[in-house]
Design a protein around this ligand. Structure first.
Ligand code: IMP
Ligand code: MG
Length: 181
């Protein structure tokens, strides 16, 4: 049984599954007859990657990177640091970087630069959620699950202070957990 969500739901597990299946079908078409490497951004994208991968009908391998995160707050401190690099070479390969949320864009801009240095054949970006109003870096994902307004969300892999990742739905964090500056 999936963990029930005690908080207001933004997207139900059924809505998420439908959209993730659509993204998997588009990726399968875009790379038909080719191999791809899915590079997930730990930890938030782990559940999205696991579901997305099962809707991709291609020869597919996984890798993971990890970067410094928001810590216990809900806003970025603007610093992105690589904590874990890819394990396997991606040189000449079709790579899709898989992230939970594209927010300010600092994380994906940083990772795109790092992965580009490994000379993939193609590098595409997949984000389950996109908050375009929050963008500080000019970056867009090639595959987006849902565009959302500036809400802090949790569940389906996404956390607040490392909790709530196991909620099956994507939920809204009800009150601002930080005093406004
Ligand atoms: P960016 O570098 O500002 O684009 O931040 C992206 C990262 O911030 C994501 O990988 C998430 O870990 C985190 N993040 C941004 N918004 C939220 C949210 O609403 N809930 C949980 N994590 C978030
Ligand atoms: Mg993250």
């Amino acid at each position: 049984m999936a963990t029930p969500s005690p908080l207001p739901i933004l997207y139900t597990q059924a809505q998420i599954q439908t959209r993730v299946a659509e993204l998997g079908a588009v990726i399968s078409r875009d790379f038909a007859g080719q191999s791809i490497v899915l590079v997930g951004v730990l930890k938030g994208a782990a559940i999205f990657l696991a579901d997305l991968a099962r809707h991709i009908q291609l020869d597919c391998t996984f890798d993971f990177v990890s970067v410094s995160s928001y810590g216990k707050g809900t806003t970025s401190n603007g610093q992105v640091k690589l904590i874990k690099d890819i394990d396997e070479s991606i040189e000449g390969k079709n790579v899709i970087l898989v992230e939970d949320i594209l927010d300010t864009g600092l994380t994906l801009s940083f990772l795109r630069k790092i992965l580009t240095q490994h000379h993939p054949r193609v590098l595409r970006l997949a984000a389950l959620l996109d908050k375009p109003s929050r963008r500080l870096e000019p970056i867009e994902a090639d595959y987006v699950g849902f565009q959302i307004p500036n809400h802090f969300v949790i569940g389906y892999g996404m956390d607040f202070a490392e909790r709530y990742r196991n909620l099956a739905d994507i939920c809204l964090m009800p009150a601002s957990p930080e005093p406004s500056a």
